[in-house]
Design a protein around this ligand. Structure first.
Ligand code: UT7
Length: 330
């Protein structure tokens, strides 16, 4: 039976590092407040490079770590809410930037911090349904362009970056509990809660309408988002575990969206998971939105935290509201 497997990972973070101490000079904050409340110590900031540049670099690294050639990719799906252009999509730029064959398909998915898992889910369904055999899935965001750098309640939280995976539909990946690949993937949203976390549009006003007054900066109800995050992370993990006939004890490694260490710790406690079963890197990246899970996955793979047969769970939540999870036997 065909299974969709992750056969390559890659990531990219811009060179410029902005530490909590640097932020102390920009807004009324402290390293102590930021690290105690979030677990973040520094983040990467894109300077004179775009979402497209970062996505191409992460995609290139993912292809290099797999045995797939760019020309053999059928479909490119990019999760992002900070595209460089309104159109063409970031995915179309990745397609041309990496020399991926023309005539396949390339498109973006908008699901904020759940963007990578949404993109993974869509690509997995294409591959499972037989419409494509190989996919490149990217999560990329450049929140340094949408946060208000005078608002201490949000600007300290985010960073820029990109992560990518190569997906392949592989025959003979085993059946049932022994199957390798994506065992289950689920995506959800609740559009009624959009005001909890959003960025107003930045498209030019038309001469036919009233002037818009809201500046295109990220707005967030942090406390509410925190509570919803803990609830949805737990329910999402349980959902894919149940779907694949596994329990929390079977999890080798949880790779969650890296928004806040306290959210993740609370989720681990609710799930009864030991702290050594989670991969954390928000101390060095902050919240990179759609890039956070694929960057963490790439790091975990490169430092040997993932071995063949391991059960890996990804889980995310974000603006929309959106939430998503996936479970993989590596
Ligand atoms: O990917 C999804 C994106 N969003 C999230 O995941 C965010 C989820 N929420 C959170 O992570 C947390 O709610 C925050 C980290 C945003 C805030 O932490 P908190 O423990 O919920 O703090 P708070 O908002 O209740 O603020 C506590 C205090 C306030 O002061 P007062 O009213 O108690 O005097 C804030 O004004 O901390 C103050 N504060 C700060 N102080 C120093 C807020 N931001 C800062 C700051 N530095 N950067």
């Amino acid at each position: 039976m065909n299974k969709v497997r992750i056969t390559g990972t890659g990531s990219y973070a811009p060179k410029k590092v902005l530490s909590n101490q640097d932020l102390e000079k920009m807004v009324e904050t402290s390293d102590e407040w930021i690290s105690m409340r979030t677990g973040i110590r520094e983040r990467h900031i894109a300077v004179n490079e775009t979402t497209i540049d970062m996505a191409v670099k992460a995609g290139k690294a993912a292809l290099k770590s797999s045995s797939v050639k760019a020309k053999d990719i059928d479909i490119v799906v990019v999760g992002t809410v900070t595209p460089e252009m309104v159109f063409p999509s970031t995915a179309c730029h990745v397609q041309s930037g990496l020399g991926i064959k023309s005539g396949g398909a390339a498109f973006d998915v908008s699901a904020a911090c759940s963007g990578f898992l949404y993109a993974l889910d869509v690509a997995e369904k294409y591959l499972k349904g037989g419409a494509a055999a190989k996919a490149l899935v990217v999560g990329v965001d450049q929140f340094s362009r949408i946060v208000d750098w005078k608002d201490r309640s949000t600007c300290v939280l985010f960073g820029d970056g990109a992560g990518a995976v190569v997906l392949e539909s592989i025959e003979g990946s085993g059946r049932g509990r022994k199957a390798r690949g994506i065992l289950s993937s689920r995506i959800h949203s609740d559009g009624r809660k959009w005001e909890m976390l959003y960025v107003p549009g930045s498209i030019n006003p038309s001469p036919f309408e009233h002037k818009r007054t809201e500046l295109p900066y990220l707005r967030m109800n942090g406390n509410e988002t925190f509570k919803v995050a803990v609830r949805t992370m737990e329910s999402s993990i349980k959902e894919v575990l149940a779907e694949s006939g596994l329990t929390a004890d079977d999890i080798t490694l949880l790779i969650p969206h890296q928004a806040n260490r306290r959210i993740i710790k609370a989720t681990m406690a609710r799930m009864g998971l030991d702290n050594d079963k989670v991969y954390l890197n928000m101390d060095r990246y902050g919240n990179t939105s759609a890039a956070s899970i694929p960057i963490a996955l790439d790091e975990a793979a490169r430092v040997g935290r993932i071995k063949e047969g391991d059960i890996i769970v990804f889980v995310a939540f974000g603006g929309g509201l959106t939430w998503a999870s996936a479970i993989v036997r590596w």
